[in-house]
Ligand binder design. Sequence first.
Ligand code: AMP
Ligand code: FE
Ligand code: FE
Ligand code: ZN
Length: 290
Amino acid sequence: MKKYADLHVHTTFSDGLLSPAEVVDLAVRKGLSAIAIADHDSVGGIDEAIEAGLKAGIEVIPAVELSVSFEAFQDVHLLGYHIDHHDGLFLKRLDDFQKRRDNRGSAILEKINAKLVQEDRLPVSGEEVAALAQGSLGRPHIARALQARGYVTGMEDAFVRYLEPCDVPKEYFAADEALAEIERLGGVSVLAHPVSITSQLGKLEGVLKELKYLGLDGVEVFSNMCSTDDIILLSACAARLGLTVTGGSDFHGPGEYADLGFIRKENRLSYTLVENVAAALRKKRAAQGI
Ligand code: AMP
Ligand code: FE
Ligand code: FE
Ligand code: ZN
């Protein structure tokens, strides 16, 4: 029987809507054999998911999605799989990063509140936003707080009218440092939704080549952001560069744009993608003599 998986899943520990245990429960109901919990700049949900996975008989892979900058590209998303998510130094780094995220969130909210007051609307409190964000605070949490107040019709409306005009730059890990960190944690590094960097695949291949030189192991070929053509061309590109092919939905919650275990509505993500990551891990460990 064919097995299915999803290597890119968010929980309430970043901007997802379901708790880790709820995500595992949904994955079971969707007939998945494995999921990777890949919250933005947080590993707080992994242990709860692993525990729920053990009970439910589903494989849970520890992961993280780091926001990095690389050359002129900002907000490049880098996934780390099979990382040691209990590493003290890493936890400290993520904690520092989250504090900076909180400060940025407060600065964005201040700008939004000034706009709301101009519009004769009551401001949104920091507590309202914090109540929606258990882990890594992000702009989606502010968007949901605006929606709860009835100021916007949904995510997209919130971004266009408030979050984009009132944005404050985010701080990023440098790509080379983030890749070295994933390596230090014994993990496999993968570039998430690659077409978000550039939709020009020729240019993207150049970026992938440079990132590979810095230590990148794989690329998320099967992504909701890729067209069918992109998937075919990116697979060939990954083969040329010797990068591992992975895939994930970037699930944030029911009713959001991505469905757990699926890309582009009806295409299921094969378990062979999980095996690809495991093979990359074995190869790396063999090369390191572990
Ligand atoms: P942050 O990391 O706080 O800057 O938030 C970035 C997240 O916001 C992304 O990962 C997306 O999930 C979400 N996002 C960004 N732009 C939009 C948009 N135009 N509409 C809906 N969600 C968005
Ligand atoms: Fe997100
Ligand atoms: Fe992402
Ligand atoms: Zn994601």
